[in-house]
Design a protein around this ligand. Structure first.
Ligand SMILES: Nc1nc2c(c(=O)[nH]1)N[C@H]1C(S)=C(S)[C@@H](COP(=O)(O)O)O[C@H]1N2
Ligand SMILES: [Mo]
Length: 206
């Protein structure tokens, strides 16, 4: 399997960087918002079939409907995002639901230490529970004032800004709590299990 396809973001003007410490090594700042993913963009006709499932090491599974999700309290989040393909986008403003709000719906088993994010079409990505639970991680609905476009993850995407952007699952449909780490889609195909951009944890080939 080849590495992910990168759209031609290099034609987007590179912005001068105000604060170099915000840009991890090997990254360049872009003013655009490149679209990257594996597979097809899902288009939804009927949101009554959409749900977000919280499952795995929980006392009781939770199933949040679209209507229910859209009524959850939201907040603004501001952050920088860093894609493993070397673009960074600074000063994003998002609207979304805090992870703590979602976690009110389940009681975690004490063995839960890792999370698998499940997206539409079976795409997955893994991360440690404590990274998922960080106050800066959230479930996004809007980016820079606009509802997420289908390409960027409508209706709900995960955002975990302190890890490379591939951990930010678009078209999120499930959150699975696990006792041990398991590789998600790109992690099975050579990406790093953790993905800290400031440590350049990009690929993990043998
Ligand atoms: N469901 C899903 N989410 C995904 C991906 C994907 O292939 N499927 N790709 C990831 C990768 S590799 C990146 S860099 C970001 C890109 O998000 P963007 O298209 O909004 O820039 O989404 C991440 N989330
Ligand atoms: Mo990516």
């Amino acid at each position: 399997m080849s590495l992910e396809y990168t759209s031609n973001w290099s034609v987007i003007p590179i912005q001068p960087t105000q604060d170099p410490s915000r840009v991890p090594p090997g990254q360049r700042v872009t003013a655009g918002f490149p679209v990257l993913h594996h597979g097809e963009v899902p288009y939804y006709r009927d949101m009554s079939k959409w749900n977000l499932r919280l499952f795995g090491l929980v006392e009781e599974e939770a199933d949040i409907s679209y209507k229910d999700f859209m009524q959850l309290p939201r907040r603004q989040f501001a952050n920088d995002i860093h894609c493993v393909t070397t673009w960074s986008k600074l000063d994003n403003v998002w609207e979304g639901v805090a992870v703590a709000t979602i976690m009110e719906r389940v009681k975690l088993a004490p063995e839960a230490k890792f999370v698998m994010l499940h997206a539409e079409h079976g795409w997955t990505t893994n991360l440690p529970l404590e990274d998922f639970l960080r106050e800066t991680s959230f479930l996004a609905i809007k980016h820079n004032g606009e509802l997420l476009s289908p390409e960027h993850g409508y209706p709900v995407r995960m955002v975990v800004p302190h890890l490379y952007f591939w951990k930010s699952a678009k078209w999120l449909r499930g959150i699975e709590f696990m006792a041990s780490d398991k590789a998600g889609f790109w992690e099975r195909n050579g990406y790093h299990m953790y993905g800290d951009p400031f440590k350049e944890q990009r690929y993990d080939f043998d």
